[in-house]
Design a binder for this molecule. Structure first.
Ligand SMILES: Cc1cc2nc3c(=O)[nH]c(=O)nc-3n(C[C@H](O)[C@H](O)[C@H](O)COP(=O)(O)OP(=O)(O)OC[C@H]3O[C@@H](n4cnc5c(N)ncnc54)[C@H](O)[C@@H]3O)c2cc1C
Length: 416
């Protein structure tokens, strides 16, 4: 089978669905290819800060999620070794930026569904794995991408956007260097309290040298929890078995943690548990690398995988979507509501130029935040984590999450 499309997006994660929705808002139809048979919500939940909510607002879906995701205005960091607790407030960020910062947790599935249900039927093609890409230049001098799927389907696209995550086929095709391991791994999951958990809407973090864990309510019954720790493991010892992962947390990693954290872990929902090495792309590879070639580009983790120190992977993917939607939308509207192949290269370069420095800045800030919170040595921990990071740099670094990626162009209604 051979199909021709104006815009093809690879991957129905946060970046892919949000990009398809941004394009829909400006009147551009797209096809989203997803290798899984349904939406994948790996990682259970996600924290979104102001930049994510602003982008969701531009996409017209924030209101669908905020009613079920109450804001978290402060948190506490407990030193496991001595029980000392430090309050961390988002109000510091508000003072610096002069703006209202916002932090809310959402179920990943709810976020993906909120985006997907806005798309026209048939936009997402499931069980469609991209295996190779070729481009050719037409007689008119324009680039067309030819995609081969694992079921034998061939798709020709005027624009190709790789939103295919960490191990992106599109990023590899662009020649971007592979993401690197930061030396830490993460266990994430949900804890479910059918009768209600009774915790306040606050972020509770627990730190000891080399280990950071936290939980935060998503609603009155569900909590999101995670544990990040130093390890070069590939996860083979767990073989993907959530029972073994949970046993490692309970019997080893968190055995000396306060009872509040252990209570949350005891309520873990096995089906939600996920173990992952923490990977990122070197910021200089984002600054100097080929983030586009002609009519092909990348967004989300395919462009800028980052460590979760600032909780910015999802939020920055939403920013990408709005910015790409704006660049393609402006060109589309100025060209009589058509994707003009002659314009595509310039349009995509405009998107890349706008995202390159922002994305590399977030990778760097996330790395520094994670590093400062995971220092292994005792006195260094006190100096770097408790004094330099939380007292001096926290507000400044978190200030980068108050960011408005800009609106989508308004689409004038058609005169019939
Ligand atoms: C431990 C941890 C905690 C995190 N916490 C947060 C947080 O609190 N807040 C936050 O904002 N971010 C967080 N992140 C980051 C966030 O999860 C990612 O940045 C985000 O999911 C990226 O979305 P994406 O759409 O770019 O990629 P993905 O979510 O990986 O989606 C890619 C999609 O592409 C599909 N795909 C892949 N290859 C192909 C192919 N060849 N053909 C077709 N389809 C394909 C996949 O099946 C998948 O559906 C965290 C990450 C980790 C590891």
């Amino acid at each position: 089978m051979e199909i021709s499309e104006d815009v093809v997006i690879v991957g129905a994660g946060i970046a892919g669905l949000a990009t398809a929705l941004a394009l829909k808002r400006v009147g551009v139809r797209s096809l989203v290819l997803e290798k899984s048979p349904e939406l994948r919500a790996t990682g259970a939940a996600i924290s979104l800060l102001s930049n994510g909510w602003i982008a969701l607002n531009h996409l017209g879906v924030a209101h669908k999620l905020t009613s079920t995701s109450p804001p978290t205005s402060k948190g506490f960091v407990t030193n496991v070794a001595n029980g000392a607790t430090q309050e961390v407030s988002y109000t510091g960020v508000q003072q610096i930026q002069g703006n209202k910062n916002e932090h809310r947790m959402v179920h990943r599935k709810a976020l993906l569904e909120a985006l997907a249900e806005e798309l026209p039927p048939g936009t997402i093609r499931f069980s469609s794995k991209l295996i190779s890409i070729h481009t050719h230049i037409t007689h008119e001098g324009f680039s067309i991408a030819t995609l081969q799927l694992d079921d034998g389907t061939i798709i020709k696209a005027k624009v190709l956007v790789g939103c295919d995550g960490l191990h992106s086929v599109v990023a590899q095709w662009l020649g971007l260097k592979a993401p690197v391991h930061c030396g830490r791994v993460a266990v994430r999951g949900l804890a479910v309290f059918p009768q209600g958990h009774g915790f306040k809407q606050e972020f509770q973090q627990f730190v000891k040298p080399g280990v950071k864990a936290a939980f935060v309510p998503i609603n009155d019954k569900d909590l999101y929890w995670y544990m990040n720790y130093h390890s070069s493991s590939t996860g083979e010892e767990f073989g993907g078995d959530p029972k073994l992962i949970l046993r490692e947390v309970k019997e080893n990693l968190a055995k000396d943690f306060p009872p509040t954290f252990l209570e949350v872990v005891w309520h873990a929902d096995l089906s939600s548990i996920h173990w992952a090495p923490l990977m990122y792309r070197q910021p200089w590879d984002v600054i100097w690398g080929h983030l586009s070639k002609g009519n092909v580009t990348v967004a989300g983790d395919a462009m800028h995988p980052m460590t979760p120190g600032l909780g910015q992977g999802g939020g920055s993917a939403l920013e990408d979507a709005v910015v790409l939607g704006r660049h393609i939308g402006n060109s589309f509207l100025q060209n009589g509501r058509r994707i003009m192949p002659a314009e595509v290269d310039r349009t995509i370069k405009g998107y890349v130029k706008e995202r390159r420095w922002r994305a590399s800045g977030l990778i760097t800030a996330s790395y520094l935040a994670g590093w400062a919170q995971h220092v292994k040595s005792g006195w260094l921990t006190k100096l770097i984590r408790d004094i330099i990071f939380y007292k001096l740099l926290y507000s400044f670094i978190f200030g980068s999450t108050y960011f408005d990626c800009g609106e989508l162009p308004r689409v004038p209604s058609k005169v019939e």
